[in-house]
Ligand binder design. Structure first.
Ligand SMILES: Cc1ncc(COP(=O)(O)O)c(C=O)c1O
Length: 455
C-alpha cells in the first residue's frame, strides 16, 4: 500500500474540482469511451494532439559532449612520449594530484574502473570473512560484488525518497559484526550525510562513499565522496566525466590510502609509482593490478578541467525546470540531501504508483521529451543471482556462517525500495540544453501533468 495516496487524495479533494479517483487517470480511455474531445492544441500527443516538440529532445552521456582539442592534446602528449605506463610525474600522478585538490581531499588513486576502486577501498578498510557490510537495496552490482568477493556478508538497507540509503534503515541493520556501510549517491542525488556520519560514529562503523553516479555533487559545500572514511567513483561512459573506463579512490587517511594504493599495484608502494607517501609504513600483502593507463589519465586531466562547467550547466537547467513546475497542484519532487549540491540529472516527480508513472512517461515521450524512471542501478536483493546467493565456489565464506545462511534476500526484503522506484519518473536534463529546450520541457510536463489531473 502506498502511504502517500491518502495524502494525495486529501489534497485533491481539498481542491474541490478533482476527484481522488481521477488522479492521473487515462484521458485516452475516457475519450475512447466517447467523451468530448478537448481543443487540438490541448490534446496530448499520445492521444493524437500536436507534440510540444517535433524533434525528440534527448541528452547523451555528459563527458563526451565536451571532448575537444584539450583531450586530444593530452592524449597526443602520451603517444609522443611513447610511455603509456604509470611513471613518476606522468599523467596519472598529475591527475591524482589535481583530482584530490579539486575535491579537497589529501589523496586520490587512479584505477581501472569504479569496480576495482571498490575492491581497493574494501581492502583499505580491511574488510573480510566474518564482517558484515550494509549496502542500499538500490545500487549497482559492483557494490554487492565487492562485499562478497572479499568474503564479507552483504546486508541490505532500504532507500528513502532520495533513492539513497535511509539513515533509519541503516541504523536498524547494524549488528556487532557490521564493519562498514556503503553510501551511494545515485543518479546525481545526494544522501543525508550528517545523519549517516552521526550513526556511523555512534556505532563505530566505517563509511565508504560511492559517488560513481554523482561526480561533482556536493553536500553542504563539500564534494560527495570526501566525507566518509574513503570514497570511490567511476569514469565509465555514463558518469559526469569520462575516459570510457576508469575509476578513483579518494581519502584523507594516510593508512587507508597506503593500503588501497598497495592493493591496486601488487602490494607495492615504491617511489617509482607513488610520490605521496614514499615507501609507506605497511608491509606488502596479497594484492591486484588495477593500475590506470597514462592514456586514460590524459583524457581525465582534460575532463576534470570541465567538471564544474558540466555540473553547473546541468544544475542550472535542473533548477529552471523545477521552478517552472513548482506551482503544479500536488507536485512532489525527489528528496535530496542538498538541493544546491544535487547534480539534477533528472527532475524526478512522484506520480503515486507505477501505472501512473509509466503513463506519465509515455505521454511525455510522445511530446518529444526524454523522460525516464530511476535507472543505472539494480534492486539488488531481488536479482536472482543475489537472491540465490550464487558464488563461484560453494564454500565461499560470505554465506557459510550461520548468519550468512540465515539471511534472506529477495523482493520481499525491500518493499519500500520497490515502491519508491515504481513511483518516480521525469524529464532527463542535459548540460547542453538551450533555453528553448528547457522551456519545452516545462511546457510538456505541465501539459501532461495537468491533462492527466483534469481527466
Ligand atoms: C554506483 C556505482 N558504483 C560503482 C560502479 C562501478 O563502476 P565501473 O562500471 O567503472 O566499474 C558503477 C557503475 O556504473 C555505479 O553506478
Amino acid at each position: 500500500m502506498n502511504p502517500l495516496l491518502p495524502t494525495r487524495r486529501q489534497f485533491l479533494e481539498s481542491l474541490g474540482a478533482l476527484g481522488a479517483a481521477a488522479w492521473l487517470g487515462s484521458r485516452l480511455s475516457s475519450w475512447a469511451a466517447g467523451a468530448e474531445l478537448p481543443a487540438a492544441e490541448e490534446r496530448l500527443a499520445i492521444d493524437g494532439g500536436p507534440p510540444v516538440r517535433k524533434q525528440q529532445l534527448s541528452t547523451g552521456p555528459y563527458g563526451p559532449q565536451f571532448y575537444d582539442e584539450e583531450e586530444k592534446r593530452e592524449l597526443i602528449e602520451v603517444i609522443d612520449s611513447r610511455n603509456p605506463f604509470r611513471h613518476p610525474g606522468g599523467k596519472i600522478a598529475q591527475f591524482e594530484r589535481e583530482y584530490a585538490k579539486h575535491l579537497g581531499v589529501r589523496y586520490a588513486i587512479g584505477v581501472t574502473s569504479g569496480t576495482t576502486a571498490l575492491y581497493a577501498a574494501m581492502a583499505a578498510l580491511e574488510i573480510g570473512p566474518g564482517d558484515e557490510v550494509i549496502c542500499p537495496a538500490w545500487n549497482w552490482y559492483a557494490d554487492y560484488d565487492a562485499i562478497v568477493l572479499c568474503g564479507a556478508l552483504p546486508v541490505f538497507a532500504e532507500i528513502d525518497e532520495s533513492f539513497g540509503i535511509d539513515p533509519d534503515e541503516l541504523e536498524r541493520q547494524i549488528t556487532p559484526r557490521t564493519k562498514a556501510v556503503i553510501v551511494a549517491h545515485l543518479q546525481g542525488g545526494i544522501c543525508d550525510m550528517d545523519r549517516i556520519m552521526q550513526i556511523a560514529a555512534k556505532h563505530k562503523i566505517r563509511v565508504l562513499e560511492d559517488f560513481a553516479q554523482c561526480v561533482g555533487g556536493k553536500y553542504k559545500g563539500k564534494y560527495v565522496g570526501t566525507m566518509g572514511d574513503i570514497g570511490i567513483n567511476s569514469f565509465q561512459l555514463s558518469k559526469t566525466i569520462t575516459s570510457g573506463e576508469g575509476g578513483a579512490v579518494v581519502t584523507n587517511d594516510p593508512l587507508l590510502y597506503e593500503r588501497a594504493f598497495r592493493f591496486h599495484d601488487v602490494g607495492q608502494v615504491g617511489r617509482c609509482f607513488n610520490e605521496s607517501i614514499g615507501n609507506g609504513v605497511l608491509q606488502a600483502f596479497a594484492s591486484c593490478n588495477f593500475r590506470m593507463s597514462e592514456l586514460t589519465a590524459a583524457v581525465l586531466r582534460a575532463q576534470l578541467r570541465k567538471l564544474e562547467t558540466i555540473c553547473q550547466a546541468v544544475r542550472s537547467n535542473f533548477r529552471k525546470v523545477r521552478e517552472g513546475l513548482a506551482d503544479l497542484p500536488g507536485i512532489k519532487f525527489r528528496k535530496t540531501g542538498d538541493l544546491d549540491g544535487d547534480l539534477g540529472q533528472v527532475v524526478f516527480i512522484d506520480l503515486g504508483n507505477r501505472k501512473r508513472r509509466d503513463q506519465f512517461l509515455r505521454a511525455l515521450r510522445a511530446e518529444g521529451i526524454s523522460a525516464v524512471g530511476p535507472g543505472g542501478s539494480v534492486i539488488l536483493p531481488a536479482d536472482t543471482r543475489i537472491e540465490q546467493k550464487r558464488t563461484i565456489h560453494p564454500d565461499w565464506p560470505s554465506f557459510r556462517s550461520p548468519r550468512g545462511q540465515q539471511i534472506q534476500y529477495g523482493a520481499a526484503s525491500c518493499p519500500r525500495t520497490i515502491d519508491i522506484l515504481n513511483r518516480f519518473g521525469g524529464p532527463a536534463i542535459g548540460p547542453k540544453y538551450t533555453d528553448t529546450d528547457v522551456a519545452d520541457i516545462i511546457k510538456a510536463v505541465r501539459k501532461v501533468y495537468l491533462a492527466l489531473h483534469k481527466a
